[in-house]
Each structure stands twice: as structure tokens, then as C-alpha cells.
Design a protein around this ligand. Structure first.
Ligand SMILES: CC(C)(COP(=O)(O)OP(=O)(O)OC[C@H]1O[C@@H](n2cnc3c(N)ncnc32)[C@H](O)[C@@H]1OP(=O)(O)O)[C@@H](O)C(=O)NCCC(=O)NCCS
Length: 193
């Protein structure tokens, strides 16, 4: 993929970050609650998957699948009655993959307090519906410095994901399981055999 630094006009099929940005708001109703009275993490994850699809499909104008989700850390609980807002935009595009950055906030109406719930990155891949193979997506027009920075971070995250996959595969291939079992004495487990 060629970066268009010197050009004054982007290639015709490229699309801006703003053209596919999505905001989704949902009221947290009682049926979303767990036994502790807080909203299930799975409810938030489902909304995140929905907005990731909408953003990726809007950019690529293609059917997309979720290829991976980076770690999701819930930094604050969400209560029933709060309004959850998800904001998503395309950070990075490769040939067929798109990294969608998602920020989730929740708002307590009564107290007028807004909390950051989590931020995560979904990798979505555009699929050709006839061949079922991955298919190229339009390039991204970066109009603001923050968009350029997000693209750079997205590029690094893609590399880190690939490195992690490779390293973990190597670990699984080379691991001496018997040796590792002897190290479990210091862990919070009991081997019953
Ligand atoms: C995602 C999927 C299409 C990738 O298939 P593949 O054979 O690896 O496809 P390709 O080699 O053509 O790679 C396509 C792109 O996906 C990216 N990719 C593949 N696996 C990935 C993963 N686990 N995480 C992040 N990106 C991934 C590749 O880097 C590549 O990106 P690029 O084109 O921008 O360089 C395939 O694994 C799939 O269909 N998975 C199931 C997805 C699904 O059903 N999700 C919903 C689950 S309920």
C-alpha cells in the first residue's frame, strides 16, 4: 500500500475516517443486569461487536467478520438505568483488515456523572460474499494529526498481534510440560493424581 504524502488529492476510492464513524447509545435496562445488580460484561461486548461491524461495513461497503478482539479491561462497572455511549472509528486499514477503535462511556443521569467503561480494538475483515475470501478495503484518508497517530498505533498493534501469535505458537511447540508441572507448587492449585 502506498502512502500518499505528496499528493493533494487522495485516490478516488479512499474514504475519510469521519465518513464511517459511528456513535451508539443504549439505555441499560433491568434485564441486562447480573446477580450483583450491575450490567453483564457480555451486554457491553455485544454492543461493541455491533458497532465494530457497522463501522467496518460502512468503510468497506462489504460484509465483514470479526477476526479478533484485543483485551477488554472494564475499568468501571455499569449500573442499570445508565446510558451507555459507544464511539467507534477506523484507526487503521491493511489490505482487507480494519482496526476499529471503540471507546465506551456510561452516564448516570441522576448524578450527572460520566464514567469511562473501557476502550478496545476490534479487527474486522472484509469478505467477498461469492468467494468467501478476504477482499481489499478502501484506503483511509487521514485529515487530522490524531487520525495519523491512531493509524500508526494501529499499524504497531497489527504487528504485535502477529508477533504474539508466532511467539505463542513457538512456545506451544517447545514447551516442556513435565518441567512446567514442577513449577506449579508455588501456584494456587492442587494436582489431584
Ligand atoms: C478472519 C478470517 C477471514 C481470516 O482468514 P485468513 O485466511 O487468515 O485470511 P487472510 O490470510 O486473507 O487475511 C486477511 C486479513 O485478516 C487478518 N487476520 C487474519 N487473522 C487475524 C486475527 N486473528 N486477528 C487479526 N487479524 C487477522 C490478516 O492480517 C489479513 O489482514 P490484511 O489483509 O489487512 O493484511 C478467518 O479467520 C475467518 O473467517 N474467521 C472467522 C471470523 C468469524 O466468523 N467471526 C465471528 C465469530 S462468531
Amino acid at each position: 500500500m502506498t502512502q500518499q504524502f505528496a499528493s493533494t488529492a487522495p485516490p478516488p476510492n479512499f474514504r475519510t475516517v469521519k465518513s464511517s464513524q459511528v456513535v451508539l447509545k443504549e439505555l441499560m435496562i433491568p434485564s441486562y443486569a447480573n446477580f450483583g445488580g450491575k450490567v453483564h460484561g457480555g451486554v457491553i461486548l455485544s454492543l461493541m461487536d455491533k458497532i465494530a461491524y457497522t463501522t467496518a461495513a460502512s468503510h468497506s461497503r462489504a460484509y465483514c467478520v470479526t477476526a479478533s478482539v484485543d483485551s477488554v479491561n472494564f475499568v468501571n462497572p455499569v449500573d442499570v438505568g445508565e446510558l451507555v455511549t459507544l464511539m467507534a472509528s477506523i484507526n487503521y486499514v491493511g489490505r482487507s483488515s480494519m482496526e476499529v477503535g471503540i471507546k465506551v462511556m456510561s452516564e448516570d443521569f441522576k448524578r450527572g456523572i460520566e464514567k469511562h467503561t473501557n476502550t478496545s480494538y476490534f479487527t474486522m475483515v472484509a469478505i467477498d460474499e461469492t468467494t468467501r475470501e478476504s477482499t481489499p478495503v478502501p484506503g483511509l484518508i487521514l485529515e487530522e494529526n490524531i487520525e495519523v497517530e491512531r493509524f500508526i498505533w494501529g499499524k504497531f498493534r497489527k504487528q504485535y498481534r502477529a508477533d504474539y501469535k508466532k511467539q505463542f505458537h513457538q512456545l506451544k511447540t517447545n514447551l516442556n510440560m513435565e518441567k512446567e508441572k514442577t513449577k506449579l507448587l508455588a501456584e494456587n492449585c492442587f494436582i489431584k493424581s
